[in-house]
Ligand binder design. Structure first.
Ligand code: AMP
Length: 112
């Protein structure tokens, strides 16, 4: 089944894209949980963290460098939270590996 994130990559549905390169895409979450709520994805289709292989190590490292660049672009000097949900207990909805990048307010710990 084609995921909603694959449809965004393929421009079949719209998204507010804030960063793109050959491996990665960053866009605004449609249901923001903070003043800044971005979704950071690889263009490669990997359903969950559990589906990653050693071959994906550099790709996921790249996504973190992308997050650093986006944080600089958006001047998130106060910091931000990076979250990934893996599987049903974590509440993963979209089966395309992604990182939530949240900023613009303070966050509690432990998470809910
Ligand atoms: P997760 O629960 O970790 O799978 O998170 C999936 C996230 O994708 C949720 O925060 C949704 O609000 C977000 N989302 C779902 N559909 C879209 C969409 N079309 N554009 C942007 N974000 C979306």
């Amino acid at each position: 089944m084609t995921t909603v994130f694959k449809k965004i990559i393929d421009r079949q549905i719209p998204a507010e894209i804030v960063y793109e390169d050959d491996q990665a895409l960053v866009f605004k979450d449609i249901r923001p949980q903070a003043p800044v709520h971005l979704i950071v994805i690889p263009k490669k289709e990997i359903p969950t963290v559990n589906d990653m292989t050693e071959a994906d190590e550099a790709l996921v490292g790249h996504l973190f460098v992308v997050m650093k660049k986006v944080a600089q672009q958006l001047n998130l000097a106060g910091g931000y939270r990076v979250v990934t949900n893996c599987g049903p207990d974590a509440g993963q909805e979209v089966m395309h590996l992604h990182f939530h990048m949240l900023a613009g307010r303070t966050f509690g710990w432990p998470p809910g």
